[in-house]
Design a protein. Structure first.
Length: 340
């Protein structure tokens, strides 16, 4: 049985599935996989309390009836906002999710069909929530299916990732005393404190690993105060560190840097992961994080997929049709080498 991966990708792109609103694409994909002869199981994933969406959301696990897979392909159904409908030209498919990760879904399904025809025991796991908190992957990790290998799909330009950087999210808070800005001696600016704290954080020398590269830090959000003529009594900033090893040294350095100026809470950590090399395959290091650390019970992980992470999450997201078709061959080849 065969499918048209380009048409499948377009069909998936045209179903809006921003994180927490994945129900419609999950329902469509469930029916599509059943039509291909897979037994499909839903894994319901609760909506977070602060979600503006109320619809059902769920992971999908698909496998040939009655088998325990040796290898599972996995990626995510959710996308970042805003929704961008699909389009295409002679060379590319465009639209939100084209490379992150609906084209990958299409390639993995096509590869699974090829492998099934060759007698390989493979499954498919498509999850929700990867773009926010990996809620779907964490729930799936409580229900493993005994697979020995997990091939996770993210845009790696069809190169096998040797490692994936981790992530450490930090929230900085400074407290001051409100006052009239004409009399700064009567107040204590939380914003000034926070700025000094962040200057110290930005000056930190983060770890460097020879074959991986440096850890990096981005301050992505900052707010506080009330008006230009009011001394700010509160200020807050959110930062994300890309980890290239354990986090304890980075945590300690950040805490020391802001001591006396601000407090810091570490609200999320995704660990740094190394993965195997396969001879003959082009390789890369992923500076981004994935669901892999949250799927530890699904087998030895590999990270591989078509498309460039550089255009994911942008208005220009796209996927070369040639690269999509190459990914099907690549997924099939890698799976057979692992299983043999």
């Amino acid at each position: 049985m065969s499918l048209d991966p380009i048409h499948l990708t377009r069909s998936l792109i045209d179903i809006e599935s921003i994180t927490y609103n994945e129900g419609a694409v999950g329902l469509w994909l469930e029916g599509y996989l059943q039509g291909l002869g897979f037994a499909v199981e839903r894994m319901p994933v609760p909506q977070p309390s602060d979600s503006r969406y109320s619809g059902d959301r769920f992971n999908l696990y698909a496998v040939e009836e009655g088998i325990q897979p040796d290898l599972v392909f996995s990626t995510h159904m959710d996308t970042v906002p805003p929704f961008v409908p699909g389009s295409e030209d002679e060379e590319f498919i465009y639209g939100r999710g084209s490379c992150d990760a609906k084209g990958i879904i299409a390639a993995q399904i096509a590869a699974a069909l090829r492998l099934r025809e060759q007698g390989a025991k493979v499954g498919l796991l498509f999850v929700v929530g990867e773009e926010r908190d990996s809620a779907g992957a964490r729930l799936a990790n409580e229900h493993p299916r005994g697979s020995r290998f997990l091939i996770n799909g993210e845009p790696t330009d069809n190169r096998l990732a040797l490692a994936s950087k981790g992530a450490l999210r930090a929230v900085f808070r400074a407290i001051g005393k409100m006052g009239h800005s004409a009399y700064p001696e009567l107040g204590d600016s939380a914003i000034h404190k926070l700025i000094h704290a962040l200057e110290k954080v930005l000056a930190l020398e983060l770890p460097f690993v020879e074959d991986i590269g440096p850890g990096t830090l981005n301050i992505g959000l900052i707010h506080g105060g009330h008006a230009p003529n009011v001394i700010a009594d509160t200020a807050e900033a959110h930062a994300l560190v890309r980890l290239v090893g354990p986090s304890h040294e980075v945590r300690a350095a950040i805490e020391n840097a802001v001591a006396g100026l601000a407090t810091v809470d570490f609200t999320l950590e995704i660990p740094f992961v190394r993965m195997r090399k396969i001879e003959g395959l082009d390789t890369m290091v992923a500076a981004f994080t994935t669901d892999i650390p949250a799927l530890s019970n699904w087998g030895e992980p590999l990270l591989l997929g078509p498309g460039s992470i550089h255009v994911a999450h942008t208005p220009h997201e796209g996927l070369a049709k040639k690269e999509l078709l190459q990914a099907i061959d690549l997924y099939t080849t890698v799976a057979l080498r692992l299983l043999q």
